[in-house]
Design a protein around this ligand. Structure first.
Ligand code: GLY
Length: 257
């Protein structure tokens, strides 16, 4: 038996005023874990809540592109070796569920209209996403969890960066920079996607030695302090943490919290 734990974040660059939505997400995920549910169900429930929170940059609150459109990215992965990712999808308020739908498919990544066509065929809800005009928007929402069976899961979702062109993809749905999971660690990143991608952030943190705190500190040390970056992580041996070089609402729930 493993000790269940969940860690959520509401995005690098956000402040304490956005903490309530992150706490609500962590509570929802923790309720699932506490009832014996899976880490996958817990991270999906948590990220769905944050996608539905209009102040956070994901789903309903996704930041608008330069042309006013809202294109969303999301990814989900599990420690038993499954991955699903969706990039630049439109008219999809909860892209995290579409990404999760790819976990057991023979393809793992779908983009743009092709992603929406696949979602339509599978029956995922389609409706316009109003999005947010907020000028602050380099961020993401994310969640990592471990359940009582020792399975870990990670899920991330974002509207990208405010004002970027249509079709632009940041780090969030990218396996390696934006998220990583193996049988020892689960990680999700937030911040400026171009910088995080170039640094291959999550994978580099995963292969570092040391405590989770030391590994996350290493990850942040790769960036100039002017570049907003944050990380959350969980390890199979019971560590859980969020760390950022800027404001980042985050929350942890476990039997000890
Ligand atoms: N980190 C979110 C993005 O750059 O798209």
């Amino acid at each position: 038996m493993s000790k269940p734990m969940i860690v959520c974040h509401g995005g690098a660059g956000h402040t304490a005023k956005d903490q309530p939505g992150v706490d609500a997400a962590a509570d929802a995920g923790w309720a699932i874990l506490g009832a014996g549910g899976s880490a996958l169900d817990a991270v999906l429930a948590a990220v769905e809540i944050m996608e539905n929170d209009p102040v956070l940059n994901a789903g309903t609150g996704g930041r608008k592109r330069a042309d006013g459109s809202v294109q969303l990215d999301a990814a989900v992965a599990t420690s038993d070796g499954r991955l699903g990712a969706i990039m630049a999808i439109e008219d999809t308020p909860n892209p995290v569920h579409v990404a999760a739908g790819l976990l057991d498919e023979s393809i793992h990544i779908l983009v743009g209209q092709g992603a929406r066509d696949w979602a339509d065929a599978q029956g995922y809800p389609k409706s316009p996403v109003e999005g947010s005009d907020s000028p602050s928007g380099n961020d993401t929402v994310g969640c990592v969890a471990i359940d009582g069976n020792g399975l870990m899961a990670v899920a991330s979702s974002t509207g990208g960066c405010t004002g970027r062109p249509r079709g632009r993809v940041g780090d969030t749905p990218l396996w390696g920079p934006g998220l990583w999971i193996d049988d020892e660690i689960a990680l999700a990143a937030t911040g400026i996607g171009e910088e995080i991608t170039i640094k291959m952030l999550c994978h580099r943190v995963a292969v570092q030695a040391g405590s989770l705190q030391q590994r996350l500190e290493y990850g942040l040390s790769l960036f100039d302090s002017s570049i907003e970056v944050g990380l959350i992580g969980i390890t199979a041996n019971g560590e859980g943490l969020g760390l950022a070089n800027t404001g980042m609402p985050w929350a942890i729930r476990s039997a000890n919290q």
